[in-house]
Design a protein around this ligand. Structure first.
Ligand SMILES: [Zn+2]
Length: 349
């Protein structure tokens, strides 16, 4: 039911964006470079890519984001209007494998304009617990698969996945499924900033210098962020942190922490009772102080686990999207807040 509400939200938000774009176009007579008011039409599939496109593109681009504020990007479905926007864009920045609906729309409508950031993000199989990207459903009958830290929950034979999954095109999740959450590692994120910048320069050489300048500024901020994480997490009493969905494996690896995820890669997967017990055991054994949950998903599971073992809950943002509650934040500010939360929870000097 939650999903239906969200989809309406998406439509409304997209209609709003479209209206805004029309006004901008009408108010700005210059159309020398084509596109909206002379700006390059860029589509970004979800927030971390939107932030790059807007920061580097500046006033030379008109960015449309497919994942509206408050919508969980893993679950994104596209409206026909959004597919139209993709088809008309000069550049579509997306991450192959994260949002199957976007992959499909780009494949069918924007092959030349599509720019997949996955290679630049240097994705790896982090071994994070993996749930299938189903439409807001828990693993269902296949939920008997153990959701341990080593064996991915959705490790099913392709044939079985084809039978159980509503969408068969991404039924090939296996042990070596790539972890999509590159943006939570500043170093990987910087690589993607560079790649998107190169692509913007290629697509719109007239604005090359401005793109490069803005990229340098952004990369400087990201370097500072990386330094803050390195120093901020260098000396922590506790190395383990517990999150609701397993978005933080790259971050953990980069800065020497260990992530324990309650659910899998997708935030609204329901953890099994045995997984909840495993997590509680880890919390007790390692004296974990905090169960993290995230802003776009109900904190109920995290709260009930925390209550049972008498620890706190706090928000650790996977920065997959902004919502009304944090629309004034940016990638950089949220990453800084995450750092403070991790330092508090893990007693870092
Ligand atoms: Zn995620």
């Amino acid at each position: 039911m939650k999903m239906i509400v969200m989809r309406f939200g998406t439509r409304a938000a997209v209609a709003g964006l479209a209206a805004l774009a029309t006004i901008t176009l009408a108010g700005c007579g210059d159309s020398s470079a084509g596109g909206s008011g002379g700006k390059l039409d860029v589509v970004a599939s979800f927030y971390p890519l939107e932030f790059i496109a807007k920061s580097v593109g500046g006033d030379a681009v008109n960015v449309t984001t497919l994942t509206a504020p408050g919508v969980e990007p893993h679950d994104l479905e596209l409206t026909p209007k959004q597919v139209g926007t993709i088809a008309e864009a000069k550049l579509v920045v997306f991450e192959k494998g994260l949002q199957p609906a976007v992959d499909e729309a780009v494949e069918q409508n924007a092959k030349d304009a599509g720019f997949d950031v996955a290679p630049a993000a240097k994705l790896e199989a982090t071994g994070a617990n993996f749930e299938e990207h189903e439409e807001g459903e828990a693993a269902g009958p296949s939920g008997s698969t153990p959701t341990g830290t080593t064996k991915p929950a959705a490790y099913v034979e392709p044939a079985a996945a084809t039978q159980s999954a509503a969408h068969t095109e991404d039924a090939a999740h296996t042990d070596d499924a790539l972890d999509p959450h590159f943006w939570l590692d500043p170093v990987r994120y910087a690589g993607v900033v560079q790649a998107v910048t190169d692509k913007l320069v290629e697509v719109d050489p007239a604005n090359a210098e401005a793109y490069k300048q803005r990229a340098t500024t952004l990369l400087g901020e990201i370097t500072k962020l990386d330094t803050a994480y390195k120093t901020g997490l260098a000396d922590c009493k506790l190395k383990t942190f517990v999150t609701s969905h397993e978005a933080f494996a790259y971050l953990a690896k980069r800065y020497g922490l260990t992530m324990v995820g309650i659910a899998g890669f997708t935030p609204d997967a329901e953890p099994t009772p045995s997984r909840i017990k495993e997590v509680q055991d880890i919390v007790r054994e390692q004296k974990v102080t905090t169960i993290f949950y995230e802003e776009l998903v109900s904190p109920k599971v995290a709260e009930s686990i925390a209550r049972d073992v008498h620890v706190k809950t706090a928000v650790l943002s996977p920065i997959e999207g902004l919502s009304d509650a944090n629309s004034q934040e940016t990638y950089l500010s949220l990453m800084r807040e995450n750092l403070q939360e991790l330092r508090k929870a893990n007693s870092c000097a």
